[in-house]
Each structure stands twice: as C-alpha cells, then as structure tokens.
Design a binder for this molecule. Structure first.
Ligand code: AMP
Ligand code: MG
Length: 333
C-alpha cells in the first residue's frame, strides 16, 4: 500500500507573517520548479521588478529542469560529451561542486541516478530494489563533472533540486536591487528570501514549519535581508508498508537520510549557500553540522531533532519557539 504525501507548499512549508504597510505593493504567485512561489515587492518599482523576477524564474526553470528534454541539465545528463550551456548553468554547477567539497559530499548534485530510482517527483514513488540502489551508487561514486569554456561534461547525471531555488533567489535579489526595490519578500517553497526590512523598517517574521505537523509552525524567526531556507522530510514523502520515506537522500547509503535531524534551517545572506547547506545538514546530522558552523562563518542555523531544537547564538533571541515539548539548545562557538 502506498500513499503519496506532497504538502501544499505555500502554507505548509513556510508561512510569512508580514504586516501591511502604507507603501504600494505588488504580489504575484507563480507555479514553477514544482512549487508555488509568491513574490511581494514594495515601492514604485514593485510591479516591474516582480515581472522581471517572474521571467527570470521561468528562464532558470527551463535551464535546470530534469524533466524537460531540452533543458541544459537534460542535455548534460543524456550526453557523455561537453555540452554548451547558459552562463547561469555554469554558475550554479560551479557553486554546487564547491559546496559538495565543503560538506564532504553530504550535498551532492550527482546523486540523480539514485533519486531517479526513488521517483519522488513522479506519480508512483516507491522503494527501489537494493541491487539497483547499489549499482546507482557506483555511478554516483565514479561520477565526474567537468566545466570548460562555457561547456559541461558529466559521466553520471545531475539533479539541482537542492540548490536551484536558492540560486534563483540570488538572481531575484539582484533584479530587485537593480530595480531599486528596498523591501520584498519571496516564498519559493521551503526557501524564503527577505530583501531589506519590512516597509516600516522592522524585521520580517518567518514561520518555520513544524516538522511533525506541517500544517503548523514550530516557531517564528525575526530576520531581515537574508535567506531562510528549510529542508524537511515532510516536504515530499510517501508511505510504503507502513514506513515513511522522504526525498532527501544520503549519498553514502542511497536511502533517505536518517541523521536524526527532521528539519534543518539555514539563515544566510548567500541565498545559494543557504539552500545547499540546509540539505547538507539534514543529511549530516547535528554533530557534523555544528562542526561546519564552527569552521565556516557567515550563516546561522536551526536544527530540529525528534526532541530538541538547536539554535546558533546570533539568532537565538530572534527565534520564538511555540512548542514546549522540545528542549532548546543554544549553540555557541
Ligand atoms: P531540498 O528541499 O533543498 O533539501 O532539496 C531536496 C531535493 O534535492 C530532492 O528532492 C532531490 O531532488 C535532491 N536531493 C536529494 N538528496 C540530495 C543530496 N544529498 N544532495 C543534493 N541533492 C539532493
Ligand atoms: Mg536545499
């Protein structure tokens, strides 16, 4: 018996609680990258900036899709030669390879042969045969991605699902800046991009989805001018024979990550990094994630296990948790 659970992204993944203001605003909903995206920008250039952001999202979707056979990624995946690709495709892949190194491959875009077997984005996701997983893992282990002169060659297959929305957020941030938009909030599935403050100069309130009940929020984070990205198993999962399987794969085992973390949020003004690290931390678990945080500066995090919430010191006072059944741990350097 299989039951598919894909939560409605906008309300369930991240809720934005934002006050209205006297500045004019423009809001657009877009369905792209397999999720509902909402952009709200404020000020006289809001409408123009939102339209440009919409166009950029659609352009990036057509480059990064693994289902559209004409996309840059599909061409790379179906070829063993160097493929000429867009400069955005070069940028996102270069960044992804860097972050793979940084996270000892907990984040790994070459995991696609394995994610394909699980079929999370298809109609009938299911537990693959163990032998198929082992053989897909061999392809992942030996996979080599080369970038040269605007071209990419890959011996396996790549999947940008864990970084594409973060990269898209960084492009939208640039568009908003070019248009002179000082205040905007974007919800791209589990990714929230905050441009500046709310129009009244106060911080935005970002609701973090409750990992045990994705209709609810576990707490509210006050933040500004940053990305807040959450990876959680609840975002996409299915049940087979009474066991729940989620979509974030441990590249070491080929099975859904089982690190003890049920939700990983990264807060970072580098939008691309925030997205990739939240996926990596979900795979790596609390101890390794804390080591990364101690080694690299420039981001904060909220890690949730079955019984505890770990919050880095710089955002500790900005996060208000509303479920007292969890113990709260302040992470200090
Ligand atoms: P996110 O929601 O950003 O954590 O990304 C999850 C998506 O990234 C999955 O649906 C897969 O498409 C892909 N993915 C799964 N596991 C990994 C991994 N370990 N590294 C990179 N991408 C992954
Ligand atoms: Mg991610």
């Amino acid at each position: 018996m299989k039951a598919i659970k894909i939560t409605a992204s906008i309300t369930a993944v991240i809720m934005i609680l934002c006050m209205s203001s006297c500045q004019s605003s423009h809001t657009t909903d877009i369905f792209a990258m397999d999720t509902v995206m909402t952009i709200t920008a404020y000020g006289s250039q809001a409408e123009k900036a939102t339209e440009l952001a919409d166009q950029k999202i659609r352009q990036l979707e057509s480059l990064f899709s693994v289902t559209d056979s004409d996309s840059d990624i599909s061409r790379i995946n179906s070829s063993s030669e160097f493929e000429q690709v867009d400069s955005d495709t070069i940028s996102i892949i270069s960044r992804a390879l860097e972050i793979s190194d940084m996270t000892e491959n907990a984040f790994d875009i070459t995991v696609r042969p394995v994610t394909k077997l699980w079929g999370f984005t298809e109609k009938n996701p299911h537990v693959p045969d163990a032998e198929d997983i082992q053989s897909a893992l061999k392809t992942v282990d030996s996979c080599n991605v080369e970038i040269s002169d605007g071209k990419v060659k890959c011996t396996g297959e790549i999947d940008l699902g864990a970084i594409a929305k973060g990269y898209t957020a960084s492009c939208i941030r640039a568009i908003m800046e070019q248009c002179g938009v000082k205040h905007a909030v974007l919800s791209l599935g589990g990714n929230v991009l905050l441009i500046g403050t709310k129009p009244d100069n106060s911080s935005w309130n970002v609701g973090i989805t409750h990992p045990k009940n994705s209709e609810d929020i576990i707490g509210i984070l006050k933040a500004k001018d940053t990305s807040v990205v959450t990876s959680g198993g609840y975002e996409r999962s299915f049940v087979q024979d009474g066991v729940t399987y989620h979509h974030i794969i441990d590249p070491e085992t080929g099975y859904p990550a089982d690190s003890g973390i049920i939700s990983a949020t990264v807060v970072c003004s580098d939008d691309t990094l925030a997205d990739a690290l939240s996926t990596a931390f979900f795979v790596s678990g609390v101890d390794k994630s804390v080591q990364y945080w101690q080694r690299y500066s420039g981001f904060d995090m909220i890690l949730i296990t079955d019984s505890s919430v770990y919050i880095t010191e710089d955002i500790f006072d900005d996060f208000q948790i509303n479920d007292s059944s969890f113990s709260v741990v302040k992470l200090q350097k």
